[in-house]
Design a protein around this ligand. Sequence first.
Ligand SMILES: [Zn+2]
Length: 463
Amino acid sequence: MIKFYNTLSGKKEIFESIKPGKVKLYTCGPTVYDYAHIGNFRAYLFEDILKRFLIYMGYEVKHVMNITDVDDKTIKKSNSEGKSLQEVTEKYIQAFFEDIDTLNILRADHYPKATEHVKEMAHMVKVLVQKGYGYKKDDSYYFDISKYKDYGKLSKIKRDELRSGERVESDEYEKKNAHDFALWKGRKPDEPYWETEIGSGRPGWHIECSVMSTQYLGQPLDIHCGGVDNIFPHHENEIAQSESYADKKFVNYWMHCRHLIVEGNKMSKSKGNQYTLRELIKKGINPMALRYLLLSTHYRKMLNFSFETLDQAESSLERINDFLYELDSRSFDSGENPLVKKTINKKEKKFVESLSDDLNISIALTSVFELIRDVNKLLAQNQIYEIDAEMIRSTLRKWDRVLGVLPKKEDKKLENSIKKKIKLREKARKEKNYEMADRIRDELLEKGVILEDTKEGVRWKKK
Ligand SMILES: [Zn+2]
């Protein structure tokens, strides 16, 4: 039984998908006017863990993430840089894909671009107007929030706080300004525009997600995610548009992750603490440690990013990798210790149960380290056998289908070549061929591998 906290009801609810075994997942994607920052990646990683866990539990997940390549922000950037909208957005789309690959985030099934769905957006606006939910003012169209009786149900805004009849132009605004919002913005001199059945202009930001989510997934969706800052107005407006348009529920489960702060402070460009992945990599951080850090705090808790917490994440990750290396590099007697299987089963149960409880990652991670601790004790007593070692390895690999922090297969190949070199060096040392042993050590150092001679033998680490 899986439970998720649903923002709509404000409660944890038992998760039931519309079609058994299948999940339709929509996650708000990047607005491609700049490089994504670690706050954005926190949301993408929460969604990645959610999706990986659903897959782990046997669901077939169809995942759609939109790309906002036309909105107030992208237009502003293209005007200020004197470049075409496409020139600006293509650059950041490419960067976005590079970044999510670096962080080992699973790719969605579709990444629809707003600019490629303008016709369908104009059509939705037309229908909303025909049904009396929208109206035209000058060359723009607005959604009349007084016509949709459930307006505010997601963000818990009260009806008497609504300022219907007054209009808000910009895509983003505060809750206290809950006005009729723009569905479609009439053509302006400095803005790109499309000729459509409702006239020339461009879509508002909110209609983009309403159209692209249902076009690819069908209404209703099982799960719609984003950051808490998307709840109002973006998701509130998506609900108003989609439910008024189709006369049925838009989304069954709304899941939102909380903010990320940096060294205890709000993240902002002017404070210089709004790091992009690229900036952090330039500072020499390990992207997998960042992945570990961003996923290791429960998604509904505030996450404090600091270089210290990043170091801690790095050591936790190292503990897992060192442990696996220990298992890989030792040879075990044939046979098995029944205690190991029992321990694994217990930890597996805890891993699944905790994630089933609204993705309680902290407890899931304790299963990992408890398993390591328990096995280490047995290792010290030479009570791990061949079958046990294999079972432990495959359990950690299996859990990593959710966590996604262990080295990939290509890295494994590199590891094997390193291990071969280490053996060669050991042989050289035994034969007292120190010149060759040193040469191999230097060669590995050049590749960023540090060797440490310990009582138990040689260990290696990446710089
Ligand atoms: Zn969206």
